[in-house]
Design a protein. Structure first.
Length: 206
């Protein structure tokens, strides 16, 4: 019928909520060929994974010759332990990565990083991931951020680079799509921005 079938391993553990529809923390849905990985926050009252699922589905529906995986982080809330004291400190657990999560991210060619609505949190979470992972990244957030925000924290970016002695990351922020509201389906315009950024990076050499 002219259709292409993709086999996806959707869960490493039982989902959360009615019907198990929301992925638990520490789970990954993998495709056969590791091209793009969408990294989402741990699920909870404030950290909603919904935009990640929408982005993943939209990318898979494009019929382009690449595969998309989804990773819900085990410790995806809060800020990294080495971040400066923000707004009087952090309630609850710190943001972090396991060795397994680092390996899962690094086996892909591109990472889409979704980290919510708090601007300073977004910057430090992306910086922490790209310190550990040598990968090209597309940042998706609700709050507005720019390349200079990341460069000020030592993150390598496609448009603004930190001074050589201030670089803290192995990976690089290649594109930013802000205005994607957590817990809601992204608009067509924002989805198109994400798809365009992925297609552009897929077609360029590492």
């Amino acid at each position: 019928m002219g259709r292409v079938t993709q086999v996806v391993d959707c869960r490493e553990a039982m989902g959360m909520g009615k019907g198990g529809g929301i992925a638990q923390r520490g789970t990954i849905s993998e495709c056969r060929y590791p091209d793009v990985i969408v990294v989402g926050m741990s699920p909870g009252r404030r950290h909603v994974t919904k935009p990640v699922c929408d982005i993943t589905s939209a990318l898979r529906q494009q019929g382009i010759e690449y595969s998309v995986s989804t990773l819900v982080l085990n410790a995806g809330s809060g800020v990294p332990p080495d971040a400066p004291n923000i707004a009087g400190g952090v309630l609850g657990a710190y943001f972090g990565l396991t060795e397994k999560e680092i390996a899962q991210i690094e086996k892909h060619r591109i990472a889409i990083l979704h980290h919510g609505n708090v601007r300073s949190h977004v910057v430090h979470k992306v910086r922490f991931i790209l310190q550990a992972c040598d990968i090209r990244a597309i940042v998706v957030s609700q709050s507005p951020v720019d390349f200079e925000d990341f460069a000020k924290e030592g993150v390598k970016t496609a448009l603004v680079m930190p001074p050589p002695d201030k670089i803290r990351t192995r990976g690089t922020v290649m594109a930013i799509v802000s205005g994607v509201t957590r817990g809601q389906t992204p608009t067509r315009e924002k989805m198109a921005d994400v798809i365009h950024a992925v297609m552009r990076l897929i077609k360029t050499k590492e």
